[in-house]
Design a binder for this molecule. Structure first.
Ligand SMILES: *Cc1c(COP(=O)(O)O)cnc(C)c1O
Length: 385
């Protein structure tokens, strides 16, 4: 029997010896909840991004939720974001009782179009949540200018953008609050995990408290060797803290980010070279003023040009043992958003055009050269067939 080729899972992370050793040390230390390693990881992310404060959480979704809360976003408020994003960006706006308002994307960058943001602003608008899709930074100068002019908060969904930079500033040091994800498919992973960065001490203090039941500061130390400490609940908080087990992975992943980026860049270049002659859309060229962390490599498959639909393309790659992803079916087209807000196809044409055609290929530091060769060959076969 012929040996089945290994399936190339979309977004499979690279995990090295150091992560495993650190995890074992953490387990043996007995302190596996939130403690010194979560604090160390927070500091490491601050050092890396240039942020003043970092708050380690159990997800980026938690970070988005708490960021909206500390900005005081509440029922009756409107928050402007992109329809071309993961549902969590928008769900968290719903969680605080506010109304999400979409602004369509730029067809090239696939990111929220600042001109459309300005058109969507009303008296009720309180914040903008730009999403750096695929790791490509949004037009932050323009977005910060609009926010300042209209007195709005900027909460960046940087789930995909750790390491990216705009005009020489790393993502994490620009908006009022920035939310990163360390979910398994991201550039740096902790299994599940997230972090909010901010330069605002009041926001940082509140997030720390809100993320752990609303217990007064440093309540996490209440069982430490300093002896038991009483705490006060000062807000009906959440359970959003990152554990030292998660941070054990993150600390070493972050040390590898330069090496990961190099690998991603190399694969990106190989994909560009292999696909440049095919009748499919490739990622837009990268502007000189940004650094793109190459989180996702996305193709646009148009049935009329390519001869196959996006979904058929994905099915055929799957048959060849290659996993792919879709980033994204626009949020306004999902059932809940259609039913609650009356959205319909045609409302955000650029996001919808991309949503019907986009597909993300595996792009991870774990891929071997033979994996990459298999992927480029399979794409060419499926498109030419
Ligand atoms: C992954 C992702 C999230 C959610 O991150 P979690 O850490 O899983 O909560 C939110 N927004 C975008 C754009 C993402 O890619």
């Amino acid at each position: 029997m012929a040996k089945q080729k290994k399936y190339i899972v979309f977004g499979s992370p690279y995990i090295g010896r150091e992560e495993i050793d650190e995890m074992v040390r953490t387990l043996k230390s007995g302190w596996i909840g939130t403690g010194p390693k979560a604090a160390k990881f927070e500091q490491a992310v601050c050092d890396y991004t240039g942020a003043r404060y970092g708050l380690a959480l159990n997800s980026c979704t938690a970070g988005l939720h708490l960021s909206l809360l500390v900005c005081g976003i509440k029922p009756g408020d409107e928050v402007i974001t992109t329809p071309l994003t993961f549902c969590a960006t928008v769900n968290t706006i719903i969680h605080v009782g506010a109304t999400p308002v979409f602004a369509d994307v730029d067809p090239g960058s696939m990111n929220i179009d600042p001109k459309k943001i300005e058109q969507a602003i009303t008296k009720r608008t309180k914040a903008i949540v730009p999403v750096h899709l695929a790791g490509r930074p949004c037009e932050m100068d323009e977005i910060m200018r609009i926010a300042k002019k209209h007195n709005l908060f900027v909460i960046e969904d940087a789930a995909q953008a750790l390491g990216s930079a705009y005009n020489g500033r790393k993502i994490g040091s620009i908006g009022d609050l920035t939310c990163f994800s360390f979910y398994v498919t991201k550039n740096v992973i902790t299994g599940e995990g997230g972090m909010v960065t901010t330069a605002n001490k009041e926001f940082a203090d509140k997030i720390k408290i809100y993320a752990l039941h609303g217990m007064s500061k440093d309540a996490w130390k209440r069982f430490s060797d300093d002896g038991y400490k009483h705490y006060q609940v000062i807000f009906p908080g959440y359970k959003y803290n990152m554990t030292d087990m998660q941070a054990s992975i993150g600390i070493h992943q972050l040390k590898r980010i330069g090496q990961f980026d190099k690998k991603r860049q190399k694969i990106w270049n190989q994909y560009n070279a292999a696909f440049s002659g095919l009748p499919i859309g490739l990622p837009a060229p990268i502007d000189k003023n940004i650094y793109h962390n190459k989180h996702l490599y996305t193709l646009l498959i148009d049935k009329k040009r390519a001869g196959v639909s996006r979904d058929e393309f994905m099915r055929r790659l799957h048959e060849r043992g290659i996993g792919t992803g879709v980033h994204y079916i626009p949020v306004h087209l999902h059932q809940y958003y259609r039913e609650r807000f009356g959205y319909k196809p045609g409302d955000f044409p650029n996001a919808e055009y991309i949503g019907e055609r986009t597909v993300s290929l595996p792009l991870s530091a774990k891929l071997s050269q033979s994996d990459v060769n298999r992927i480029t060959r399979a794409v060419s076969e499926v498109i030419v067939d």
